[in-house]
Structures are given as structure tokens and as C-alpha cells.
Design a protein around this ligand. Structure first.
Ligand SMILES: NC(=O)c1ccc[n+]([C@@H]2O[C@H](COP(=O)([O-])OP(=O)(O)OC[C@H]3O[C@@H](n4cnc5c(N)ncnc54)[C@H](OP(=O)(O)O)[C@@H]3O)[C@@H](O)[C@H]2O)c1
Length: 319
């Protein structure tokens, strides 16, 4: 790996993006581009300036060496072990990816004076109650995924690096498969669907997450440069507005698809509501995934649109 000194004239940021092909990572490639030079990595890349780089979160030494070679102003980590059920049977790998690797990124960011932008999840909470979770609520994860993501947050906070941690929920991307596309396909194949109606949250588009990430990162950096005392770093809840259940989400998808394309051949006469217990899974899911996003909206003067807006847009591009 070649070592390159920073070239940040004209406030052009050098951004190291990890997990570039994930749902959020893919959209970040687009949304971060106007902020400066984006070095976007999957597990391994050969870069024309920086040489051989590793974005493999399971190789902690190579990851640290990559940060030292690139010397970014901002690291955006969109890579993670996101297979919630598989994490139950591979807890060591999940911990390396979700906790140890973010800790390494944070330590390297701290040494460089760089920002670390990272994503976490409502799975750090136990899903009890019916109120949206606030940043100040006590975490109590129910699964390996939730525990390892919480440890990742804690390692970042302990590092002393400037950081933004966005806890989000129910993420979908327009690219590749997603819940909405699966429901539409099943509604065309089957007479009856059964979909869980006792988990509550807000479907949040990867596009929205990436756009907010770029805006918040740019604001956090410029406002800190202007007023050294302004500390905008920390944990923020970030999800689309409103709430629904998986069943409500499925119903909305089918209704909106029919509105967009009235001749769509929908076979399903019923989308029946069932409890979570109807679909046993290795990992326990929280019932209450609602996130209170007031802190982010007021700190950065942003509005998080209702979840239907992003889902409708995705359907308009898909159906
Ligand atoms: N999806 C959700 O509903 C949700 C909810 C709350 C929070 N989040 C958080 O949001 C962030 C982005 O999630 P997402 O939905 O975009 O997830 P995603 O689509 O699963 O993307 C994760 C990316 O990480 C990559 N990855 C896996 N193992 C890796 C490794 N060892 N080294 C480098 N990259 C590796 C994956 O590559 P491969 O596909 O090749 O394995 C994938 O590109 C994550 O921090 C996640 O925990 C997601």
C-alpha cells in the first residue's frame, strides 16, 4: 500500500467508504460524491493512487493499514454483518464485523483527526412498549446482531474519534431484492398471504439514509470548523416518518402497485395478520422498532418524510 499525504484544498473532503455494494453503501456512492473524493471499497480493491486496499472487516490489520494509507478526512462505514439469523450461529464473526472492526476504524480515525460515520440499529433495544425509542433510552439487545452492534457503538464512543452513529430500522434498497418486491411477487402467485402484524417500525429507504448522511456529515464538519465549541457528534436515530407493521407495509405495497398499474394481476384475496410466533426464527426480533428522530431533525434542521413517500417512489420505479 502506498502512503499518500492529504490534499484537501478548497474544503474538498477525502472520504473512505466501506461496504460500497450494500443497500446503503450503494446509495452513499452517489450521495457522498458532491462532498469530495470518495474512495469506495468492497472487500478488496486496487486503487490507481492508493494501491492495494482492503475493506474487509474481518481482516483488522489490513483494515487499519488501509485507513493509514488513504488518510481520509471522513470514514463512512456501511459494511456490517447484517444476516440477523445467521449471526446467532456465528457470533464470533458477527462480533468481529460489527464491534471489533468499527473499533479499529474509530481508533484509526482518532489518530488522524478524521470523522467516523457509522450505522447502528433499533435492535440495540429490547422492543418493549409502544413509544418511539430515544437516544437516551437504555439499550438491552435481544440477539447476537443487536449485542454486537451495541458493542460497535460503545467502541466508537470510547475511542475519542469524532463520530456520527445513525441508528436506523427496516432498511430497503431499490437495487436487488427487498420486502416490497417479495410481497408483490407473492401477491401475484398466491391466493392468500400471511404477514406479521405485531412488529412496529418505519420502512426506511437506503436512498434517504444516504442523502441524510451526506447532509449531516457536511453540516457537522463545517459547523465544527466555524465554532470549535459546537459538538454535533454522537448517536442519532434516523428513520422515515410514521409507523406501520410488516402487514401494513405489505398491504400498502399491493394497494399502491395497483394504483400505479391497475391491470396488475394480483391473485391474493387476503393479506392475513399473524403474530411473530407464526414465523419462528433463530434471532428474536423486537416488537417495537419505532425510533424517535427529533434529536436529528432539530440538530440539523432536516425533515424526515413519511415512510410511504420513499416506498411509493421505489414502487413507481419498479412496478
Ligand atoms: N438492513 C436493515 O434493515 C438495517 C436495519 C438497521 C440498521 N442497519 C445497519 O445499516 C448498515 C447498512 O446496512 P444495509 O442494509 O446496507 O446492509 P447490507 O445491504 O447487508 O450491506 C452490508 C454490506 O456489508 C458487506 N460485508 C459483509 N461482510 C463484510 C466483510 N467481512 N467485509 C466487508 N464488507 C462486508 C456486505 O457484502 P456482501 O453482501 O458481499 O456480504 C454488504 O455489501 C449496517 O450497519 C446495518 O447494521 C440495517
Amino acid at each position: 500500500m502506498k502512503s499518500v499525504s492529504p490534499v484537501n484544498s478548497l474544503n474538498r473532503l477525502r472520504i473512505l467508504l466501506l461496504g460500497k455494494n450494500g443497500q446503503v453503501g450503494w446509495e452513499l456512492q452517489r450521495s457522498l460524491a458532491p462532498l469530495g473524493e470518495v474512495i469506495a471499497l468492497d472487500r478488496a480493491e486496487t486503487h490507481p493512487i492508493y494501491g492495494e486496499l482492503s475493506g474487509d472487516l474481518s481482516n483488522l490489520d489490513a483494515l487499519a493499514a488501509t485507513v493509514r494509507a488513504v488518510r481520509p478526512d471522513v470514514i463512512v462505514n456501511a459494511a456490517a454483518h447484517t444476516a440477523v439469523d445467521r449471526a446467532e450461529s456465528e457470533p464470533d464473526l458477527a462480533r468481529t464485523l460489527n464491534a471489533l472492526a468499527p473499533g479499529v476504524l474509530a481508533d484509526e480515525a482518532q489518530k488522524l483527526g478524521a470523522w467516523l460515520v457509522h450505522y447502528s440499529t433499533d435492535y440495540v433495544f429490547d422492543g418493549s412498549g409502544d413509544q418511539p425509542w430515544r437516544e437516551t433510552d437504555a439499550p438491552a439487545p435481544l440477539s447476537v446482531y443487536g449485542r454486537t452492534k451495541l458493542e460497535g457503538e460503545q467502541r466508537i464512543q470510547a475511542s475519542g474519534a469524532k463520530h456520527l452513529i445513525f441508528r436506523t430500522s427496516w432498511v430497503y434498497g431499490a437495487r436487488g431484492g427487498n420486502f416490497a418486491k417479495t410481497m408483490l411477487r407473492l401477491a401475484q402467485e398466491r391466493d392468500r398471504l400471511t404477514v406479521i402484524d405485531d412488529q412496529f417500525g418505519a420502512p426506511t429507504g437506503a436512498e434517504l439514509l444516504a442523502d441524510i448522511t451526506a447532509q449531516v456529515t457536511a453540516q457537522a464538519i463545517s459547523r465544527m470548523n466555524q465554532t470549535a465549541s459546537e459538538t454535533l457528534q454522537g448517536i442519532y436515530h434516523l428513520a422515515a416518518g410514521g409507523e406501520t407493521t410488516w402487514n401494513g407495509y405489505a398491504r400498502h405495497v399491493v394497494a399502491e402497485a395497483l394504483r400505479l398499474k391497475p391491470d396488475l394481476s394480483i391473485k391474493a384475496q387476503e393479506i392475513a395478520a399473524v403474530p411473530t410466533s407464526a414465523f419462528p426464527t433463530p434471532a428474536v426480533r423486537p416488537h417495537n422498532s419505532r425510533l424517535d428522530t427529533q434529536k436529528l431533525q432539530s440538530a440539523f434542521g432536516l425533515v424526515l418524510p413519511p415512510w410511504q413517500q420513499g416506498v411509493n417512489r421505489m414502487l413507481a420505479e419498479t412496478v
